[in-house]
Design a binder for this molecule. Structure first.
Ligand SMILES: Cc1cc2nc3c(=O)[nH]c(=O)nc-3n(C[C@H](O)[C@H](O)[C@H](O)COP(=O)(O)OP(=O)(O)OC[C@H]3O[C@@H](n4cnc5c(N)ncnc54)[C@H](O)[C@@H]3O)c2cc1C
Length: 151
């Protein structure tokens, strides 16, 4: 990975005075990679860059990290070892078609294809970082009774 060394100058509002005025302080930090947003994408990108030895700064505008992942009920990974162990049959082609149909084929097919093709590997990679999963579902509405004839 070619890393571009960048200097980040971040102005942070550290505290509110009792009068309500903002006491701003300028903080200067140096990093190889600066990632904006600590959702699932940002935290994964941070781990991936740090794994390759980069010094990373991850910025999040909200008081909590996780982004919309905090609302997720489950996770899917096509052809993953966990799905197979649970008897769930969801191939990357099935997942691709389901997601594209759900979006009326408006989603970017290249992004969706990359997402489903790498989903199983990604889960294994996240597990290798110490994240534990109790259950990986089939996705697409949580159905196990996928109509294989459609594919
Ligand atoms: C209600 C709901 C239920 C869902 N259920 C599921 C599910 O069951 N299973 C599943 O797999 N997926 C589910 N999803 C989808 C999944 O949660 C998202 O696809 C995924 O979390 C998106 O991650 P992201 O990092 O790309 O984006 P986001 O989660 O949107 O993260 C972006 C982050 O960037 C921050 N940010 C934005 N602008 C700035 C800025 N200028 N400076 C600093 N920080 C900034 C935001 O605060 C946020 O934390 C669900 C989504 C929703 C909304």
């Amino acid at each position: 990975m070619k890393i571009v060394r960048r200097t980040l100058i971040a102005a942070a509002c550290l505290s509110l005075l009792s009068t309500g005025a903002v006491n701003a302080e300028t903080i200067v930090k140096t990093a190889d990679v600066v990632i904006i947003g600590a959702g699932a994408s940002g935290t994964s990108a941070t781990m991936a860059a740090a794994e390759k030895g980069a010094k990373v700064i991850l910025l999040e505008k909200q008081g909590v990290v996780g982004g919309t992942r905090n609302f997720a009920e489950g996770i899917f990974a096509a052809n993953s070892s966990m799905q197979k162990r649970q008897g769930i049959i969801v191939t990357p082609d099935m997942a691709f078609k389901t997601i594209m149909e759900y979006s009326h084929w408006l989603a970017n097919p290249f992004v969706v294809r990359a997402f489903v093709n790498r989903s199983a590997d990604t889960i294994e990679w996240v597990k290798s970082k110490g994240i534990k999963f109790e259950y990986i579902g089939p996705g697409g509405g949580g159905r196990l009774d996928v109509d294989l004839a459609r594919y």
